[in-house]
Each structure stands twice: as C-alpha cells, then as structure tokens.
Design a protein around this ligand. Structure first.
Ligand SMILES: O=P(O)(O)OC[C@H](O)CO
Length: 239
C-alpha cells in the first residue's frame, strides 16, 4: 500500500514536471483555476457528444468514435491536473475552487458515463451498459465516501480506483479499442470450439475494462468506508 502510494506520488510529480511549463503559460494568459476546471467539464460534455454521435451515425463494424472519445477523455483528464497546478503555482488557491472542482468532477464523470451508456445501449451491448452503470455507481460512491468522511472530520483518500485511475482506464482502453478496430475491424469475433457464443469481440477491449471497473470502484468505495470507520472510531475513542 505504501509502495503504491509512493509510486503514485512519484508519477504525479513526474507529470507535474512535464505540465508545469504549460501551467505557467495558462497563468500568464490570465486563466484562473476555475476557468481551467470549467474547460475540463466542457470537454467532458464533448466526450458524451462524441459517444452519442457515434451511436447515431456509426456502425458496429466501425468503432472510430470510441477511439476519439477515448482520446478526448484523456485530454479532458489533463485539465483535472492543470486546475490544481494553476491554483498552486499561480497562488490562486481558494476553498470555493476546491468545491467547484469536486462538483464539476462529479458532473464530468456522470456526463461521460451517460455518453458511454447511450453508445452501448444504442449498439445493443445491453449487458455492458449495465456494467457501465454499476461502474458509475462505484465511481460516485468512491468520491462520496471521501467527501462525507471529510465532512465528519477525517481525511480518507486512498484506494485502487481513484479519479485519475478511472479516467486513465476508461480513456486508454477506449482509445485502444478505436485504434484496434481500424486494423481488425469493429465486428471481429473470436469463437472457441465447443462454445456457442463468441468469447471476445473488438468492443471487448473497451467493455471488459469497464466490467473490471464496475467491481473495483465498488471495492474501493467499500475500502474507503472501512478506513473511515476506523478513523472515526479512533477519533471518537480519543474524545
Ligand atoms: O478519487 P476521488 O473519487 O475521491 O476523486 C477525487 C475528486 O475528483 C476530488 O473532488
């Protein structure tokens, strides 16, 4: 766990080193942290729009829109980091900024999943759309447990599927799925002798990680709940 945290911190510091010159440009042109947060949110509306457009205009043998949505998810995710850095380096931290960031993060995630579920339902991946919805439930609960625990006076942050991990998982696999579909076709299906239904199709590159997310996000929420219980019990016993 400590190892996972330090790996995560080192990775974060590495990313900051790369984005800091860009952050300084944003500060110079006068962008506030809240404006950067808003841009990230608008990009996530764009993500949903790409999925919905793909659902309406695309076909099951062409998953290009999934790939484009994935790229946009990763790009929008960058703004999650940029707003915090603009606030820190530009000396513009504010309590409202922290609330605005958290609220728009939740809206961004909900809207992104709206697009994903729309796409999956429209393309008759009904079971996968249910898993996407369960992943959405888990994602919201990961954040909610943290926020509620903070309201009760304890800081609970950890877990495997924190927001950056969720964004990277969904964005990266959507992107890979879109790229793979241009080479193997969007309607490729793998059959195994003796099994009536296909065990893999191109879309699985996107839907399988979502199914894993459905499990891991809820486990992360449960783990945060247990961590919060421990911290709150300790605080209560000390009082
Ligand atoms: O990892 P989470 O779900 O607690 O998300 C962190 C938030 O985006 C901060 O609001």
């Amino acid at each position: 766990m400590a190892q996972q945290t330090s790996l995560r911190n080192n990775l974060q510091l590495g990313i900051y080193r790369v984005i800091d010159p860009f952050v300084k440009v944003l500060i110079k042109v006068g962008l506030t942290p809240n404006a950067v947060t808003l841009i990230g949110f608008i990009l996530n509306i764009g993500v949903a729009a790409v999925f919905i457009w793909g659902a309406e205009e695309g076909t099951r043998d062409n998953l290009n829109e999934v790939g484009w949505a994935g790229a946009l998810i990763l790009f929008a995710g960058l703004f999650d980091m940029l707003d915090g850095q603009v606030a820190r380096l530009g000396n513009m931290k504010s309590v409202f900024g922290a609330l605005f960031d958290s609220v728009l993060d939740r809206y961004s995630e909900l809207i992104m999943f709206l697009g994903i579920c729309y796409y999956l339902v429209a393309n008759h991946y009904f079971l996968s759309s249910i898993f996407a919805f369960i992943a959405l439930i888990g994602s919201m609960m990961v954040s909610y447990v943290r926020a509620r625990a903070e309201g009760l006076g304890v800081e609970i942050k950890g877990g495997l599927m924190q927001r950056p991990e969720r964004v990277v998982t969904i964005g990266l696999f959507a992107l890979i799925c879109g790229i793979a579909s241009t080479y193997m076709g969007g309607d490729y299906k793998l059959y195994v002798p003796g099994i009536k239904y296909h065990v893999f199709e191109t879309m699985s590159i996107f839907t399988f990680p979502i199914t894993v997310l459905a499990v891991l996000t809820n486990l992360t929420a449960f783990r945060r709940l247990m961590d919060a219980k421990k911290a709150l019990d300790e605080a209560e016993n000390q009082a």
